[in-house]
Design a protein around this ligand. Structure first.
Ligand code: ATP
Ligand code: MG
Length: 405
């Protein structure tokens, strides 16, 4: 029996003139993913994308990996629901036969069900309630443990009569939502090893943004393990965002100079202004239109309204902070959902924890910060830091080996 993956659009449906652009991006993104899992034909019709595995019946090793593709499709932004369906010919006998063979595996553990049929091909000779009744009848025959419950069933079996074929499935799973990556511009994510920044990246990718990532290290104050941790966070994110380039810049010299020359209370805010400056420089080189950080209002001293205002005043690019209004519990929930949490809590040092002041300013005053910065050669330190840049390409199909950590 031939199977197919059906993807239902999310927000794209609301798009007007731009819709075909969004659909095009989505199909492109699915095609790129499909390469990893074998030969699939990908097409669209009536607000649904059809992913058809080719050579399903062959025994050869190039048989497409439908399970792998299905799991991957659940992480594609722009798709609201995903179903695995069996394909039947467009006549009621074939549909019943298909339901009787395909659904028992999925219905063996449930007690109640109902069937909902939908005809987008109105030339089909039966109306939807008749189709539902016929298919319901055959399912009761092959699985006598089942009962029909029209108001609150455990599973809704769906029969979709479309132009080319009929499709039978046991309901759809929720997709990743959002809009397709590539429709929202390009952004540079400041990626630390913490919980918040991967979540921030995920949230912006969900709004269609292609991500580049920038990580600041402070070797030897931070270790090789801390860097690997960040790369494996990026790898987890790449399952949603596809390929990500992680750019790494050393802040060691800058941090040492701040420590040597500036008042301790200002260390953090000045460091953050360096980070934003370097990030903006790198973003411009990459053609990114915004910076993205994982800040959440009031979480730490550098994330008060006053501190954020002083930090932002050094850059002219917009800074997106999608976690700004979330509390830690909400951020943790998302990080568990995208599977970055367990990596984020590994206890490796971050450059922000090097030379941390005892009492960082929660309400820094710009004039005073500027006076402190005059004690440094800000531009020259930035130029020097940019020289340390290295770039690592991260792909979803190449997990980082965390065992070595
Ligand atoms: P996170 O959990 O993402 O580390 P945090 O609550 O620890 O965030 P901070 O350390 O103040 O907060 O960092 C705030 C934001 O600054 C981070 O979300 C991230 O976007 C950026 N950032 C912090 N450290 C680094 C770093 N080493 N490299 C790149 N960006 C960083
Ligand atoms: Mg951090």
């Amino acid at each position: 029996m031939n199977e197919v993956i059906l993807c239902k659009y999310g927000e794209i449906i609301l798009k007007g003139a731009n819709r075909s652009n969004f659909e095009g991006m989505l199909i492109k993104s699915l095609k790129r993913r499909a390469r990893r899992f074998g030969d699939f034909a990908i097409s669209r019709a009536q607000s649904t994308i059809f992913i058809k595995p080719l050579n399903q019946d062959s025994d050869s090793h190039d048989k497409p990996d439908i399970d792998g593709m299905y799991q991957s499709v659940l992480k594609v932004f722009g798709i609201a629901g995903v179903a695995r369906a069996a394909v039947a010919e467009k006549n009621i006998e074939s549909i019943k036969d298909c339901a009787a063979k395909y659904l028992p595996a999925q219905l063996s553990r449930v007690k109640t069900f109902k069937v909902e049929a939908k005809r987008s091909d109105k030339t089909f000779p039966m109306i939807s309630p008749e189709i539902s009744a016929e298919v319901g009848g055959v399912l009761l025959e092959v699985m006598p443990h089942l009962k029909v419950d029209l108001s609150n069933p455990d599973v809704v079996v769906r029969v979709e009569i479309r132009e080319d074929s009929a499709y039978v499935h046991a309901g759809q799973q929720r997709g990743a939502g959002g809009i397709p990556v590539g429709t929202g511009g390009r952004g540079l994510l400041l990626l630390s090893g913490g919980i918040d920044s991967p979540v921030a990246g995920f949230m912006m990718a969900k709004r269609g943004v292609v991500l580049d990532a920038l990580h600041f290290e402070s070797y030897p104050y931070t270790s090789e393990r801390a860097k690997l941790k960040v790369l494996s966070l990026a790898q987890k994110m790449s399952e949603y965002c596809e390929r990500i380039y992680v750019h790494i810049i050393s802040l060691t010299k800058i941090q040492e100079e701040i420590k040597r020359n500036c008042e301790e209370d200002y260390f953090t805010i000045i460091l953050r202004r360096f980070m934003m400056t370097l990030a903006e420089r790198q973003a411009e080189k990459l053609g990114c239109g915004a910076l993205i950080t994982g800040e959440s209002l009031g979480q730490v001293a550098s994330q008060t309204m006053e501190a954020i205002s002083v930090t932002d005043s050094i850059v002219s690019m917009p800074v997106f902070r999608p976690c700004i209004g979330l509390d830690k519990e909400e951020i943790v929930r998302i990080s568990r959902q995208i599977d970055t949490y367990d990596i984020s809590i590994l206890p490796y040092e971050d450059c922000c924890t090097v030379f941390t002041p005892k009492h960082p300013r929660t309400k820094p005053i710009l004039k005073k910060v500027l006076a402190q910065e005059k004690l440094l050669d800000f531009e020259a330190l930035c130029d020097e830091a940019m020289q340390t840049l290295e770039t690592v390409q991260i792909r979803p199909d190449r997990p980082i080996d965390m065992i070595s950590l």
